[in-house]
Each structure stands twice: as structure tokens, then as C-alpha cells.
Ligand binder design. Structure first.
Ligand code: PRX
Length: 670
């Protein structure tokens, strides 16, 4: 295994023509972006169309210090634009109309299609008109619960075209979680599909939406329109699997309508709504350490410029290349690097509906070979699952088109890094270990593939415009080598602006601990060469297969069970998932801790949150260790979790892992 000192240089042949091809060039440009953001970002912003131009006096204003007043960040304030115009109309005008925007690869290898920029624009205009006909206008929220199909991309861009705020919820969340999010953002329109195949598993998306809408109605919130893509009928079912009649999609008269019926008669002309650069583009929920999910708000102008710039430089994307990000659009990775970043660069992407394990465990490599993918972006958990199989599954495919291999969602351990480098990248590709968050909008710490000498396991250096600071417990900046809280002292264009309807929580969560800094909630170490190593969360958050969740959120579900009086959840390291959930529960006097209770608790977590949150271990704890003030001592529980050897039947555990990864990365998520 490589040590911290081992360095891999970018392959000079592959990166001769890289946008940034020396480390010196990166350093110079980074310095320029910090010293003169107006010039650096201004030059980039010129490539986009602004209906009202950027005013240099209002280029970027912010306050990160609550002692000086409310926290805010604004970029290009007063300028107006439309992101769907810039991603579609502008590209069509620049001669990319017949270029393929997406190769769609279905769950079953027999299902595939493609969509050009011109056709995408037409579909987006049509659907934008459908949304308008349902009364949707600028600022309204649209709830989306969709699989990895082309209509999902169309939906997001149609919302953006008319200024509606899309709120996409990952289609692996339960009906309860979805209902909570629909109500929080007060969405009156919901877009979904009848269902989807994931490997050999059928997910009845519309019936999950029905349950969610029922829950909303019980709390007095009515979803007025539900638009459903008819998808199952046009795809191949996995061999031998037949859906029975009861799987037919029920449609409620007056509320539910088929996408295909609505789109047929819609006009393909839709003038874009010119939005303020600081108008919200979308919201996306992320877990909060106190339980209730937070609706992270990203705005139009800054997000557009940042998504475009990170995509271009971090993947070194060149015209005519084919790029593939396996993340589900339900996560920020899908938003920024399946939809907005690639389209802003007129890129050709693969949109993959399936899983890494169907029909065989070489599906990823088959798809890379089929489309001659140049940039491949996935998560460490998927890599760790795939490296368990025979390397021959990789080697039987021609992967010579690959240049850049990306990683996102959690720290990549050196073993997984080496396997990715050696077997997938054939020791010639650059690996970009991209550190970022739902809140950061795009990559903030990452190597650049033609420039940064790589250290396996290190996300390396900040992206342009980003200045990393490490703070000690007292809030003092750590210069040079050292470890501390990972914070930022200034905004870049893609940083979140607020939390939906809750600016106080935004200030408290991200800016309260250290006045003057945005706090990521992660720790990091800077080594002697200045490389940054993200060490993981410093708050009560867990990262299971790249999916962030709070201990509080799982604890509150466990204590909903009438047999449980108290619960504490900690993270336990896991060889594939990165971390898994280790739960301690105290039963009340009348409840026996037996298999029945265990199954009920697991089911409860699946129902309330989603399958990916299912605990790996639930341990009976007649008493939880507490401080004198009554706080649970998680430090002790974490030790117990690490020492516990009772992790159940490993074969079962692997099936479980695969379904979590399938859910999040296969179907295409983080
Ligand atoms: O803990 C960090 C981890 O994932 C968190 C962000 O999760 P989320 O908002 O769901 O967004 C994930 C996709 C961008 C971070 O606070 N994380 C993400 N990428 C890395 C990482 N930790 C280490 N290295 C990474 N490359």
C-alpha cells in the first residue's frame, strides 16, 4: 500500500493538452482567483448569456461574521439570466444542436436511447408549458421523485426555464420522508414515474408517491397535480420477471395525469423567464444533525458559473468526449455533475438507469466500453463493492478510452484508490478525489487531472476561488502541518445561500461555531506538502455508502416504537459502506428484546427514512452510559461498536450492501 509520501504524477501523454497541465499553473491561477475574483470569475461569466449584465460594483458581497450582522452571500446581484437558456438555447445557437446531450442506458442492456441538444430544448419547452398550464410560476416549488430517465432531466430544466424551484427527493427515500419534504417546501405539484427496475427489483414509484400524498392530505396539505411518466411499459423486464396485475398504476381522476398525454399537445416554444442571479434555482434536502432535514437553497447565477467551471477543469472535459457520472440525480452530485455542469459545457454524458451488478457484476465496465467513456465518476462504496469480484471482470473490457476517474461522497481509502488506479485506469488515468457537500454546490477540494500530483486518499488542494482554513478548538487558524476543523473564510459562486424558510438555522448550523467562517462539519489534516486529507465528520452525522444521515434522525425513529424507551446510534466502520449504523436500544419493562422486535425496528427505519438507513446492528442496552448532565457518551458506545464482533451472517450483509449501493449508485447516488 502507498504511504502518505507516495505520489503519482499525471500521465504526460494523456494530459499534454489539459486546460491546466502543470502544478505551477494551478497555483498561479488559484492565487489569481483569490486575489482578483472579479477578474477570474468575470472572465468565465462572459461565456454565458446575461439578459441584464453583471454590475462590477455588485460582483460579490458577503458577510460570514454574525457579529457584524446577518449572514449572506451574493454573486452577480442585479444581473439577470436563465440557466436553461444557457444550457440549451445558447448551445444550440453555438452549433451544438445535433450533438448528443445524453446517451440513456437502461437497466436492461437492451434498452437505450439518445437525446440531442435540440431535442432536449424542445422537450424542456414543452414540459415548461405543461407546468405553466398547471398554474406553476416563478418561485413555486415542484416536488420531484424520479428515476434515472431522460424525463427527469427535462423536468429540472423545465422548472428552471420558468423560474420554478425544483425539489427533487431521491427515489430511495420512503413515502414518510418524501411527505415530510413535500410539506416542508409546500409543493402543490409532483412529478414522478410509474415505476422503475433496478437490477431485478421493481420499485413502484407512483404508489410510494400515493402514500406520500395521502400522508400530506392527512396533515391538511393537498398535492393538486401529479404528473406521471409512463416508463415501465417501454422497458424490458429482467428475464423471467413478470409484473402482476396488481402492479398496475392507479391514477386518481382530477389529480393524476400521464406525462405523455400532456406533452403531446404542448407547444414546443417557451420563452425563458429572466431570473435574478440571486433567485433560487433549486432546493435539495440534506440531513441535519438535529434530525429535521434541511432544504439547501442554491441560486441561479453563481451556481451556474461554478457548476460549469468545476466540471470543465476537474474532469478536463474536451469537446467530443463522453462523460459518465453514476450518481443518482436525487443527490447533489446528480444535480451538479449529471445535469447542470455537463450541459453548461455542451458535453455528451451517459445517463444510466441500472445497477453495477445487473445483469452481471461487470455492468459498469461494459457501459464504459460501449460508449467509450473518457471521464468516469463514481463513489468509493461502489469501487469497494466491485473490487471484491474477480479482476478479470474489469480486464475483459476495453477501457482504454478512460482519462479521468472521479471519486465522491466519502474519503476513498488507499486500497480502493489503488485498485481503481491500477485495474480501471490501467495506471495511466488521473484520479480526482473530489471533496464537497450538498451545501458547497460543486467541488471545493480536488486534484486537477493534468496538474496535481496525486496522493492516494488525499483530496489534495482547493479549487479556484476556494480558500481552505483549518481551525483548532479555540478557533485559531492552523498554519502549515496540522489537523483541525475544515472551514472556509470566503464564498465561491456555488456556495448555498440559505435553508428554505429557515435562515436562522442556516446561520446557526454553518456560521455560529467560528465567527467569520463557513463550517463544513468535517475535520481535515494538512500534511508537510500542503495536501489536505479529509478525516470525516466532527458532528453527529453518519456516512453510509456516501449517504449522509444524522444519528438523531435514526434515534427518533427507533424511539417511536412503543417497546423502546431510549436509543443511541453511532457509526461503525464498514469495509464496503464506509460506515454502518450501530444502534443501542433500551427496551421498556414489558418488551422482550428478540428477533421480532429487531425486525420491527428495522422495518420502522426503512419505512420512516428509507432502505439505505437500515441498521446493521441493533444491540440491547439496558442502560446507556451518560454524563452527569445526562448526555449519552457516544465515545464509549463507538468503542463498544468497534469491538463488537457480532456482525451477523456476512453473506446476508453483502446482499444488503449491494442493495444499498444499487439504490444509490447503480440506478445511477452518493
Ligand atoms: O463528510 C464529507 C463527505 O460527504 C459529506 C457531504 O455529503 P453530501 O452533502 O451528501 O454530499 C456528498 C456529495 C458531494 C462531506 O461533509 N465527503 C464528500 N466527498 C468526500 C467526503 N469526504 C472525504 N472525501 C471526499 N472526497
Amino acid at each position: 500500500m502507498p504511504s502518505e509520501k507516495t505520489i503519482y504524477l499525471p500521465n504526460s501523454n494523456l494530459f499534454k493538452n489539459a486546460y491546466i497541465n502543470t502544478f505551477e499553473q494551478y497555483k498561479e491561477l488559484h492565487k489569481h482567483s483569490i486575489d482578483n475574483p472579479e477578474e477570474f470569475w468575470g472572465e468565465i461569466a462572459k461565456q454565458f448569456y446575461w439578459e441584464t449584465p453583471i454590475d462590477i460594483d455588485k460582483f460579490c458581497t458577503y458577510n460570514f461574521d454574525f457579529r457584524k450582522g446577518p449572514i449572506f452571500t451574493k454573486w452577480f446581484d442585479g444581473a439577470t439570466t436563465n440557466i436553461s437558456y444557457n444550457l440549451l438555447d445558447r448551445n444550440v445557437r453555438n452549433g451544438h444542436g445535433d450533438k448528443i446531450a445524453y446517451y440513456w442506458e437502461g437497466n436492461h442492456p437492451d434498452d437505450y436511447s439518445r437525446l440531442t441538444y435540440k431535442k432536449l430544448l424542445e422537450q424542456v419547452c414543452k414540459f415548461a408549458n405543461v407546468l405553466k398550464s398547471k398554474g406553476i410560476k416563478k418561485g413555486d416549488r415542484v416536488a420531484v421523485y424520479m428515476p434515472m430517465i431522460l424525463e427527469s432531466i427535462v423536468t429540472l430544466l423545465a422548472c428552471a426555464r420558468i423560474g420554478a424551484i425544483h425539489s427533487l427527493v431521491f427515489a430511495g427515500f420512503s413515502a414518510d420522508s418524501f411527505a415530510e419534504r413535500i410539506m416542508d417546501c409546500n409543493a402543490r405539484v409532483l412529478i414522478t414515474a410509474d415505476g422503475v427496475w433496478r437490477g431485478e427489483k421493481h420499485l413502484a414509484l407512483k404508489s410510494i408517491c400515493d402514500q406520500a400524498m395521502e400522508k400530506c392530505a392527512k396533515s391538511g396539505h393537498n398535492v393538486e397535480h401529479c404528473i406521471v411518466v409512463s416508463h415501465l411499459g417501454r422497458v424490458t423486464s429482467p428475464a423471467g420477471v413478470q409484473l402482476n396485475q396488481s402492479n398496475k398504476t392507479p391514477m386518481r381522476h382530477g389529480r393524476d395525469e400521464w406525462w405523455q398525454d400532456l406533452i403531446e399537445t404542448a407547444s414546443s416554444l417557451c420563452y425563458p423567464e429572466w431570473l435574478q442571479a440571486e433567485d433560487p434555482l433549486f432546493m435539495l434536502y440534506t440531513s441535519g444533525s438535529t434530525g429535521k432535514p434541511k432544504g439547501v437553497i442554491h441560486t441561479t447565477g453563481g451556481y451556474m458559473v461554478y457548476a460549469a467551471t468545476t466540471f470543465k477543469y476537474v474532469f478536463d472535459y474536451k469537446p467530443n468526449e463522453v462523460y459518465w457520472c453514476t450518481a443518482d440525480i436525487g443527490w447533489i452530485t446528480g444535480h451538479t455533475y449529471v445535469v447542470y455542469g455537463p450541459l453548461a459545457n455542451a458535453a455528451t454524458s451517459v445517463l444510466f438507469e441500472g445497477t453495477p451488478f445487473y445483469p452481471d457484476n461487470d455492468r459498469f465496465w461494459r457501459v464504459v466500453e460501449k460508449y467509450k467513456v473518457n471521464q468516469f465518476y463514481t463513489a468509493p462504496t461502489a469501487i469497494r463493492a466491485l473490487m471484491k469480484f474477480d479482476n478479470e471482470l474489469v480486464q475483459r473490457h476495453n477501457l482504454s478510452s478512460l482519462r479521468v476517474l472521479g471519486s465522491v461522497g466519502e474519503p476513498i481509502n488507499p486500497e480502493a484508490w489503488m485498485w481503481y488506479y491500477k485495474y480501471v485506469g490501467n495506471e495511466k488515468c488521473s484520479i480526482v478525489d473530489t471533496f464537497w457537500q450538498t451545501e458547497t454546490g460543486g467541488h471545493v477540494i480536488t486534484p486537477l487531472p493534468g496538474a496535481t500530483p496525486m496522493k492516494p486518499g488525499s483530496a489534495s488542494f482547493p479549487f479556484f476561488g476556494v480558500q481552505v482554513v483549518l481551525l483548532d478548538e479555540c478557533g485559531k487558524e492552523i498554519e502549515g502541518e496540522g489537523e483541525g476543523y475544515l472551514v472556509f473564510n470566503r464564498p465561491w459562486p456555488g456556495l448555498m445561500r440559505t435553508l428554505y424558510n429557515n435562515h436562522d438555522r442556516y446561520e446557526n448550523t454553518y456560521f455560529n461555531k467560528f465567527p467569520g467562517y463557513y463550517c463544513t462539519g468535517d475535520g481535515a489534516r494538512r500534511d508537510a506538502n500542503g495536501y489536505l486529507w479529509v478525516t470525516g465528520r466532527v458532528d453527529d452525522m453518519l456516512n453510509v455508502s456516501g449517504h449522509l444521515m444524522s444519528t438523531a434522525e435514526v434515534e427518533s425513529v427507533l424511539t417511536e416504537h412503543r417497546g423502546i424507551s431510549e436509543a443511541a446510534v453511532v457509526a461503525k466502520p464498514h469495509p464496503v459502506k464506509g460506515e454502518c449504523l450501530y444502534c443501542f436500544v433500551t427496551t421498556n419493562d414489558h418488551t422482550k428484546f428478540d428477533d421480532k422486535l429487531l425486525n420491527e425496528l428495522k422495518k420502522l427505519v426503512r419505512e420512516r427514512i428509507g432502505p439505505f438507513a437500515q441498521p446493521d446492528v441493533i444491540q440491547n442496552a439496558p442502560q446507556l452510559p451518560k454524563t452527569r448532565s445526562g448526555k449519552i457518551m457516544r465515545r464509549i458506545l463507538r468503542k463498544v461498536a468497534i469491538n463488537n464482533r457480532n456482525i451477523g451472517d456476512p453473506s446476508k450483509s453483502f446482499t444488503n450492501e449491494m442493495s444499498v449501493i444499487t439504490l444509490q449508485f447503480g440506478q445511477c447516488g452518493n
